[in-house]
Design a binder for this molecule. Structure first.
Ligand SMILES: [Zn+2]
Length: 381
């Protein structure tokens, strides 16, 4: 069953009689009253005037699902820089690319990420549930949990972006208001990756087939991981990498400039050696980080009605006030690293989130300096 119900404030709660199998899903809508029925006879009896006819019983409503228990950052030793970057990404809904050798812990860091995400609004939860429901994959146990989708790189283009004779949502839509995690990013079909540019920009995807066209929401947060070169050891102290410059370039070029340009945070993740791991203190629990993320997220909704990652160029000028030193720092970096105007704006949005995590009204140069650190990868930004 699919449903699309707007909350109407001031109206009396609406009542629905629904098949038993769909009642639990519909009961998630806060101000709707649901009467599950097994047969049409039960419905007839409910409305009959006979004094002893059995009436339908009201659905008790849905309790909040228990926490799904994601892996915790406390279990990840070291990797302070990567954890901090993921905290910033969660707080501002910024897209992230982790680049590092095999075994550096990129997948582990990614699997902890959903445990940091800010709470969903009612409207987001309903939209997300509706998309899952169209695809037949809704589960009440996932209610109010931001989806975390991690399709394998062998997943077909249709399964990833949506399609089919009767168009159905793909992974990008199932990740609506949640996270799309693409591990081994360079192994995905390049044409499929290019399709991601549209939803990253607009928050929706248009599926065109000969007979018809369908739009699906696809406002996902992209989290991706890749090796720096074909062997994976480029830049490692061991000097194991034997890839030539040309081979590395060809490998990194699998991610096009325009796609990379849309990734706010690009972060190297170094391997932690076994003797280093022993010396590391225990990590901060995800719960504590998630509290800071939720506070920074609430600040953004209050100021501008959306997370910083979704600010348009005009909104950036309105909401990203920076001091003179910060502006100078940013201009220097832009010149030095040959950034596009788009890259400049992305750094400002990330700096806005860093300032929000520090509960600062204006962006200061340390915030900008940190944001610049998150954009020094691959094609040079
Ligand atoms: Zn290599």
């Amino acid at each position: 069953m699919t449903f699309a119900m707007q909350r109407q404030h001031g109206d009396r709660p609406r009542a629905f009689i629904l098949p038993l199998a769909n009642a639990g899903e519909a009961a998630l809508v806060e101000d709707a009253v649901i009467y599950p029925a097994r047969t049409l006879l039960e419905v007839c009896a409910h409305f009959s005037n006979l004094p002893d006819a059995p009436r339908l019983a009201r659905h008790p409503g849905q309790a909040c699902a228990p926490s799904p228990g994601y892996p915790d950052f406390a279990e990840v030793k070291g990797q302070q820089r990567a954890k901090r970057a993921l905290e910033v990404a969660a707080a501002g809904s910024h897209s992230v690319l982790l680049v590092g050798p095999p075994g550096a812990g990129k997948s582990m860091l990614a699997s902890c990420f959903p445990g940091l995400l800010p709470p969903m609004s009612d409207a987001e939860a309903l939209e997300s549930a509706a998309v899952q429901s169209i695809a037949g994959s809704f589960s009440a146990a996932r209610w109010r949990r931001r989806p975390f989708r991690s399709p394998h790189h062998t997943t077909s283009g249709v399964a990833l972006v949506g399609g089919g004779n009767l168009p159905r949502p793909g992974e990008v839509s199932l990740a609506h208001h949640g996270v799309l995690f693409l591990d081994e990013l360079t192994e995905f079909d390049r044409r499929v990756l290019e399709v991601l540019r549209e939803p990253l920009e607009t928050g929706q995807i248009t599926i065109s087939r000969a007979a018809h066209q369908a739009d699906f929401p696809a406002r996902f947060q992209l989290l991706a991981a890749m090796n720096p070169c074909p062997c994976g050891w480029l830049g490692h102290a061991s000097g194991k990498c034997r890839c030539t410059g040309e081979v590395v370039q060809r490998y990194q070029d699998r991610i096009s400039g325009p796609l990379l340009d849309r990734i706010d945070i690009q972060l190297p993740v170094a391997a932690v050696s076994p003797d280093q791991i022993g010396a590391q203190p225990d990590g901060e629990p995800s719960r504590d980080i998630a509290e800071r993320v939720a506070r920074a997220h609430a600040l953004q909704l209050h100021r501008q009605g959306k997370p910083n990652g979704r600010l348009s160029a005009g909104e950036i000028e309105r909401h990203c006030h920076r001091d003179r030193a910060g502006e100078q720092l940013l201009r220097n970096a832009m010149q030095h690293m040959h950034w596009s105007a788009r890259a400049y704006h992305r750094v400002l949005k990330v700096a806005r989130t860093i300032a929000d995590l520090a509960a600062q009204a204006d962006i200061e140069s340390p915030h900008i300096a940190e944001a610049i650190q998150y954009r020094r990868m691959l094609h040079g930004g």
